[in-house]
Design a protein. Structure first.
Length: 194
């Protein structure tokens, strides 16, 4: 019983970096809240105990990095691999609605800054994890988050994006977005914030 109480206290201390809110968010909000933004293929998912707190389960995820948009990914991942740890496992502490990960999955992740406990999670829960997939009709790479990009392109700052990106934002309400256009939007927003 004391172990469970400790684990709950640990979680209430926001060990995963910031409170999960699992709600639709705009791209500007995701970029602003993320400490790391990275695209790549998940090559390993391991569930284990936290090295300092053995009663706390974590999920350790390793990506083969395709592109680093924000953060210290390149410095931390000179081999082209980036690893992060998220609180919980497939059986424990999923009440925060944190995403699950699968080896071979292509993703774009917007991760909160790492906590003092070495943990992070996608910004807004399912809002900050985008799966990359190929559209069977157009053969183009597309992205969608857990909310099918609902409200994602709302309120984009007009000064930081080009005319083509503004046109996409004006007509998009929900649904997949082409990866290349998404990457350009992220880059534009990251560059205007620095």
């Amino acid at each position: 019983m004391r172990r469970a109480a400790f684990a709950l206290a640990f979680l209430s201390a926001l060990a995963f970096g910031a409170p999960a809110q699992n709600a639709p968010m705009t791209l500007a909000e995701l970029v602003q809240s993320a400490g790391t933004i990275v695209a790549g293929r998940i090559v390993e998912v391991r569930e284990e105990q936290h090295p300092q707190y053995p009663y706390v389960s974590i999920t350790r995820v390793t990506l083969a990095v395709e592109r680093a948009f924000k953060g210290e990914v390149r410095r931390r991942a000179p081999s082209g691999r980036f690893t992060f740890s998220q609180i919980g496992s497939s059986e424990l502490f999923r009440s925060f609605d944190l995403p699950r990960y699968h080896e071979g999955e292509d993703v774009v992740l917007f991760l909160y800054p790492e906590s003092a406990y070495g943990l992070t999670s996608p910004v807004g829960g399912a809002a900050g994890k985008f799966r990359i997939f190929v559209d069977p009709q157009t053969k183009r790479r597309m992205v969608a988050n857990g909310f099918e990009n609902l409200e994602l392109l709302r309120d984009l700052p007009r000064t930081s994006i080009r005319a083509a990106e503004r046109a996409l934002a004006a007509r998009h309400e929900r649904g997949p977005i082409e990866y290349d256009a998404f990457a350009m939007l992220i880059t534009s927003l990251v560059n205007t914030r620095h």
